[in-house]
Write a protein that binds this ligand. Structure first.
Ligand SMILES: Nc1ncnc2c1ncn2[C@@H]1O[C@H](COP(=O)(O)OP(=O)(O)OP(=O)(O)O)[C@@H](O)[C@H]1O
Ligand SMILES: [Mg+2]
Length: 225
């Protein structure tokens, strides 16, 4: 079963003289439980593609089917709901509220989903336990090491039991040992919970661990479609 299908995705940044076509007609289909690496040179369009697949940005044209729903035709409100219910995100630049505690950061997606305070706490603590950071729950997010911050991001990504985890360079900023640990966690989630992984990476070893590699060149899929 396909969880995500993109057809003829195009993305143009800017307009007129400064218009730039970052995606030029991308077709991709991702199966449930699959792990997919999106690879390609800097500037080839990987992050652009991931943001559009994750419904964080709209394509200029093209269609996205998420679990059979036409994402490009849903309202903004529905889209936010869909994203919140279905996706987890792990980005290189953490995107945490550094002044809030680790626990508050992990609870945020549940707050948005309207889950009660008590349940939020329990679920967030369970997610922190899964990444072995429950002892840091009360610390300010800012006070953690880079690898620990990345693990908090993984906890936040899994706290809502997502269908798909999107990760943009999840190990890019980390030393190889910490990177390996993060990688291990992502693939465990894939194997044990059947969570679909879509990972943008420059790391050939990480890409090779995925079921499939999609190569992007100048805004087009050149291999792995
Ligand atoms: N907001 C924007 N406005 C104009 N051009 C943009 C914008 N965002 C990205 N681009 C351009 O689109 C192209 C693709 O960018 P994208 O960020 O998707 O690349 P990438 O493959 O993720 O690269 P990297 O590996 O360096 O992260 C680049 O040429 C970039 O300059
Ligand atoms: Mg990028």
């Amino acid at each position: 079963m396909s969880v995500l299908t993109a057809t003829e995705l195009k993305k143009v940044y800017g307009s007129g003289q400064s218009a730039f076509q970052a995606l030029r007609g991308v077709n991709i289909s991702v199966e449930k439980g699959e792990s997919v690496a999106i690879v390609g040179k800097s500037g080839s369009g990987k992050s652009t593609l991931m943001h559009i697949l994750a419904l964080l940005d709209k394509p200029t044209s093209g269609e996205i089917l998420l679990l059979g729903n036409d994402a490009t035709k849903t309202s903004k409100k529905q889209m936010n709901h869909l994203r919140n219910q279905t996706f987890g995100f792990v980005f290189q630049q953490f995107f945490m509220n550094t002044k809030d505690t680790v626990l508050e950061n992990v609870m945020l997606p549940l707050k948005i989903a309207g889950i009660s305070g008590k349940q939020r706490r329990e679920m967030a603590l369970a997610a922190l336990e899964a990444v072995e950071l429950d002892d840091k729950a009360k610390n300010k997010a800012n006070d953690l090491s880079g690898g620990q911050k990345q693990r908090v991001c993984i906890a936040r990504a899994i706290v809502n039991n997502p269908e798909i985890i999107f990760a943009d360079e999840p190990t890019g900023n980390l030393d190889s040992t910490t990177g390996d640990k993060i990688e291990e966690m992502l693939f465990n989630l894939n194997k044990e919970k059947g969570i679909t992984l879509i990972i943008v990476t420059h790391d050939p070893d990480l890409a090779a661990r995925c079921d499939r590699q999609i190569h992007i060149k100048d805004g087009l899929v050149v291999e792995g479609e």
